[in-house]
Design a protein around this ligand. Structure first.
Ligand code: ADP
Ligand code: MG
Length: 395
């Protein structure tokens, strides 16, 4: 029986653990948080800091293979530990190095001729001021590392916004990138699963809606022309090959209808396709595969980690919509420790609810998700809206 080590004990790690256990593997987690969902659910959990070389080394040495659900770990440390213990990490530390840093990621895209927006990198205030003069408003500033769910991002609409941003950051300037604001018609993501023998497949393309920079809904099937879907899959597969990913690579895409002077890539069926970012791991949008496909993103990664051959997933019939359950609903219900699910009774189109077991709800914290199933795309999202409304009203 193989032991798989997972760095990070959040919801992605826990759902991956279920898929691994189903295939007979043992799982152990590493997480600094004494209240992580994994610690609540299993006793195979090591609590330690991300800088604790000795503890991490023991963790690697007692695993047959290691993967991660969390990207902010020192790549140099991981490489040292892989060398000293002989345990492999999938996807490799090199993949993580490119994808955990927005500047390295964008530079990788540009150098390898993947479609990317206009961007620039600044490490101090003077550079930032120079770059601001070359970008037209509005633009977006992002911290190079550490951001997620819209954290570490500033939408700059005007010179005044930019001055406020400088005031906020100047005491402790950290590296940032500037990005032009894309006129987004649709956001989509594509998960490529790629095995050690380099065989690979794509999950069907997901259509994503964000609110306040946080994923709000994911829908399947996507409403895009076949040629655009094929192009997205081709780009995502090429990226997984170029990065040499063993495991999952999620690529987030922006689709625009608007011509842009910086876009010098092929347009497909009136769509300008941009890569936004990568995640070399299971992804929030991929939760929909738990219900909408014959096997999930977690099953695919489990097979790769356990060296079990892959097949291409099949999309189930009908229309699916995944909605995130943020802590705001718990707060609306006046109980930050438990969710009242009475509303589910009146919402039979909700075919699944998954709660992550996080101790305490906070605004914008991802606490769970649900999936609706219906006969049209529109009704699957309307039924998701109704479920949220009913939960908020706590009927
Ligand atoms: P995170 O790591 O938080 O997911 P992203 O870079 O994916 O960060 O940004 C989150 C969301 O913010 C995107 O899904 C999109 O809705 C919006 N966004 C980010 N960058 C841009 C951009 N350059 N143009 C337009 N919208 C953007
Ligand atoms: Mg994103």
């Amino acid at each position: 029986m193989k032991t798989v080590g997972i760095l990070g004990g959040g919801q992605l790690g826990c759902m991956l653990a279920s898929a691994l256990q189903k295939l007979g593997a043992k799982v152990q987690f590493y997480d600094p948080d004494p209240f992580s969902p994994a610690i609540e659910r299993t006793n195979h959990c090591v609590q330690g800091d991300w800088e604790d070389k000795k503890k991490l080394e023991e963790f690697f040495a007692s695993s047959d293979i290691v993967t991660y659900e969390f990207e902010n770990v020192s790549v140099n440390l991981l490489e040292e530990i892989c060398n000293s213990t002989g345990t492999k990490i999938f996807p490799s530390a090199q993949v993580l190095k490119t994808t955990q840093n927005r500047y390295f990621e964008k530079a990788f895209l540009k150098n390898n001729h993947f479609p990317v927006c206009q961007f620039a990198y600044a490490i101090n205030r003077e550079e930032a001021e120079c770059i601001a003069q070359t970008f037209s408003y509005p633009f977006i500033i992002k911290t190079v590392t550490g951001g997620y769910d819209g954290k570490g991002q500033w939408m700059i609409q005007s010179k005044n916004d930019f001055n406020l941003f400088l005031q906020e950051i100047s005491a402790n300037f950290i590296p940032i990138i500037f990005e032009e604001k894309i006129a987004i018609e649709m956001e989509a993501s594509c998960i490529v699963a790629r095995a050690a023998d380099h065989s690979s497949f794509c999950f069907p393309i997901f259509e994503n809606v964000h609110r306040n920079h946080i994923l709000y809904t994911t829908q399947l099937p996507v409403n895009l022309p076949f040629a655009v879907q094929e192009k997205i899959k081709e780009i995502a597969t090429r990226a997984a090959e170029k990065l040499d990913v063993t495991g999952l690579l999620t690529t987030e895409f922006f689709l625009s209808r608007k011509m842009n002077p910086y876009y010098n890539f092929e347009k497909v069926d009136d769509y300008y396709i941009y890569i936004n970012e990568f995640a070399p791991r299971p992804h929030n949008s991929g939760h929909i595969t738990l219900n909408a496909c014959n096997f999930s993103q977690f099953d695919a990664l489990a097979r790769i980690l356990l060296n079990i051959p892959l097949q291409t997933p099949i999309l189930n019939e009908g229309f699916y919509c995944m909605g995130n359950l943020l802590g705001d609903i718990w707060l609306e219900q006046n109980n930050k420790y438990a969710l009242n699910l009475n509303a589910w009774k009146e919402n039979p189109a909700v075919i699944d609810v998954v709660l992550y077991g996080k101790k305490e709800a906070k605004k914008n914290r991802k606490m769970g998700h649900f999936v609706t199933h219906s006969t049209s795309k529109n009704s699957s999202s309307m039924l998701a809206e109704k479920f949220w409304r009913d939960l908020n009203e706590n009927i």
